[in-house]
Design a protein around this ligand. Sequence first.
Ligand code: G2I
Length: 360
Amino acid sequence: MPHASATHRRHSLFRPLLLAVAGALVATATLTLPHLTPDASAATTLRGYADGRGVKIGAAVGDGPLTSDGSYASVLDREFNSVTAENAMKWDALEPSRGNYNWAAADRLVSHAAAHHQGVRGHTLVWYSQLPSWLKNGGFSASQLNTILKNHIDTTVGRYKGKIYAWDVVNEAFNEDGSMRGSLWQDKLGTGYIANALRWAHAADPAAKLYINDYNTEADNAKSDALYALAKQLLAQGVPLHGIGFQSHFTVGQVPSSMKANLKRFSDLGLEVSVTELDIRIPMPASSAELAQQSTDYKTATENCLGVPRCAGVTVWGVSDRYSWVPGTFSGYGAALPYTESYAAKPAYTGLSNGLNPNA
Ligand code: G2I
C-alpha cells in the first residue's frame, strides 16, 4: 500500500507536466505534419485543396439540375466549396413583376449551400441583360429608375444578408473599346449608377464583398484599362468596391498571356480579384490534343489568379458538359467544363486540381 500510494503520489505530481508535454507534442505534430509529408498522390478534392489555401473553388449552379439530377448534386457537393446562381438571382428571375419577388430557386440554392458548407456568390444585381419587360419597357424617369434600383438592391441583398460572401453588384458595364456600354442604367442614370449601386448594397449587407464583374477584361487591353481607371476612381471617392470579377470565358489555347499581370494591377489597388465564370470551349468534336490543352489552360487560368495577392478564388461556369451555356451560344463549340456529360472527370479536372494544389 505505501508503495502504491507513493506511486500514485508520483503520478499525481507528474501528470500535469506529462499532459502538457504530450499536448505540445501533439500540437507540434499537427502543425508540422502537412509540411513533413506532402502526399501528392492522395485523392484530394478540389475543395480540399482550396480549403487548404483559404480560397474558394466555386461552380455556377442551375436550379434545374440541382433539383433533378442527383449525380450533379453529389459532384457539386464533393468538389466545390462555393456556388453561384447561374440564373436564379438575375432580375427577371427574382422580380418578374414590380415589387413581386420569386425567391424559390434562389432560396433553394442558398439553403443547399448552407447544408453543404458552401459559400454563395450573388449574381447579379445591375446588368443590362435579363431584365423583366415591366422594367425594360416601363418608360421610367431617372428618379423612378433610381428608386426601383435601390428597392431591388435593398430587398435582395437584405434578404440574404450574412449568407452571401460576395455580390456581383454590377455586371458587364463596358464595351470592348473601354467606353461604357449602353443600357437602361447607363442611358438614363449615367455612370453614377455604379457608385450608387455599390453604396446601397453595402448598406444592405456591410459584410459582403462587392464586385464589378466583366468578360474580356482578363488581358491587359482597352476594356480592362477602362475598368482599372473606374476602380481606381471609385476607391479614391471612398465607394465600397471590394473586388473585381474576371469571368474568363475562354477558347482552348487562348488564356491571355497578360492575365496574371493584369489581375495583379487590380490586386495592387487593394482589391480582391476572383475568376468568376471560368470555362474553356473547344471546337467539336474535341480531340485528345485539345482536351490536353484545355487541361493546361485550366491550370494556367487558376494559377493566374491564385498567384496574385488577394485572389479570393475561382468559379467555373457549370460542373458538367451536360448543362453548359456554350453550345447554345457558340455554334460548333462545347466540352467547356471539367466533367463530361456523364460525370467522368476530364483532363480539365486534373488541370484545375493541379492549379489549386500547391504541391502539383
Ligand atoms: O452567358 C454566359 C454568362 C456571361 N456572364 C454573365 C452570366 O450571367 C452568363 O450566364 C448565362 C447563363 O449561363 C445562361 O443559362 O446567362 C444567360 C443569360 O441570362 C443564361 O441563359 C438563359 C437563357 O438565355 C434563357 O433563355 C433561359 O430562360 O438561361 C435562362 C434560364 O435557363
